[in-house]
Ligand binder design. Structure first.
Ligand code: SF4
Length: 360
């Protein structure tokens, strides 16, 4: 049985792959910036079908992975302040300073609850009126609107013991920062389907207009990814660079204006720290002054602190596409999904975990 037999449209996939390799002149270095693409490329085996001329760079597409050490330290600080921490489960094992995590803090008595939506966290606040409940707001444009909507509901209902630790990140400013890195030499971007469903296509136009780079919004099936790669090759051969929406069954060019509107009503852009990249101007979200009562940083009088990076972990280089996961000396030895050293091995969307699991 061939790998193609697992694909939805094996004949089209074969034809696209054939054309990519036949029509490509020179090397194509493309970067994906979405954890779901990372996993799809590794799990489907698409990566193993590509010739050496097609270089896959796995970028900062996993929100848990890009959460900075200083931000993880802030979670842990809050867990020690007798607040009830409500979080999505994928943050539980992310290591912070001294190898502590929310899971280890929970084992030591901190009140950390895994929730499945920010509204579950709000319910937790309603059920525990004598406690302060903090929801950990980590994610890209995909998750920020639902959290903003929850904050609005909290204000409308007069719930005063609920707040959000807002460490959301925005994808387009990170892409701009990565393009400017001369070591990476990214030649094309595979743009994230989920984020694009919210923000649409317009925020990426600068890639083509300012940097002359082609970029394609793509779905997650192998055929979607191969179609995007073929579009990169075609655009290069035709000496044009455009931002193309090839995922129209889900993403409209305008995105979801209602979601964007609620996100901007509650949050505003701010500089943000990214693991491995550092401070990127305007690449994060912070709670607007009007909603300050729901900003955990203000409620608890906190500020981000500098903390030492995780010893030996090369997640920063992996997230920038500078290092393949197996290039990290700890990969598969001291660091495995069962005993992860860094967040890229903790998260199911992390490059190290995907690389390990699907043994590329
Ligand atoms: Fe970090 Fe582990 Fe990945 Fe190495 S293999 S970069 S230690 S997560």
């Amino acid at each position: 049985m061939s790998l193609f037999d697992n694909f939805k449209d094996p004949e089209l996939c074969k034809a696209l792959l054939d054309r990519i390799h036949k029509e490509l002149d020179g090397e194509l270095r493309f970067m994906e910036v979405c954890g779901t693409h990372t996993v799809s490329i590794f799990r489907s085996g698409v990566r193993s079908l590509l010739s050496d001329k097609v270089v896959h760079l796995s970028g900062p597409g996993c929100p848990v992975c890009v959460t900075h050490d200083s931000e993880v330290a802030a979670f842990l600080e809050l867990a020690g302040r007798n607040a009830i921490i409500a979080t999505f489960g994928d943050l539980m094992r992310v290591p912070g300073p001294d190898k502590k995590s929310l899971k280890s803090a929970q084992a030591e008595g901190a009140r950390v609850k895994v929730v499945y939506s920010p509204f579950d966290a709000l319910k937790l606040a309603q059920d525990n009126p004598g406690d302060k409940v903090v929801f950990l707001g980590v994610g890209f444009e995909t998750t920020a609107p639902a959290i903003a909507a929850t904050v609005k509901v909290a204000r409308e209902q007069g719930i005063t013991n609920f707040s959000v630790l807002c460490f959301h990140k925005l994808v387009p400013p990170a892409l701009d920062a990565l393009v400017g890195d001369p070591e990476l030499k990214v030649q094309a971007f595979l743009l994230p389907g989920h984020v694009s469903a919210i923000i649409g296509v317009e925020p990426y136009r600068f890639l083509a207009e300012k940097h002359s780079l082609p970029a394609v919004v793509a779905g997650f099936e192998p055929v979607d990814i191969l179609q995007a790669l073929h579009l990169f090759v075609t655009m290069r051969n035709e000496r044009r660079a455009e931002v193309v929406n090839a995922y129209t069954r889900v993403v409209s060019d305008a995105g979801n204006p209602k979601a964007v509107s609620v996100m901007h009503e509650v949050f505003e852009p701010a500089d943000a720290l990214w693991r491995g990249i550092g401070l990127i101007p305007g690449s994060g979200l912070t709670v607007r002054e009007e909603y300050a009562a729901f900003d955990a940083m203000r409620v608890f009088g906190m500020a981000l602190k500098e903390v030492p990076a995780i010893k030996g972990c090369r997640c920063g280089d992996v997230l920038k596409g500078k290092l393949s996961p197996d290039g990290c000396p700890l990969f598969g030895k001291a660091c495995t999904p069962a005993a992860p050293v860094g967040p890229c091995m903790v998260s199911t969307e992390g490059s190290c975990a995907a690389y390990y699991k699907y043994k590329v």
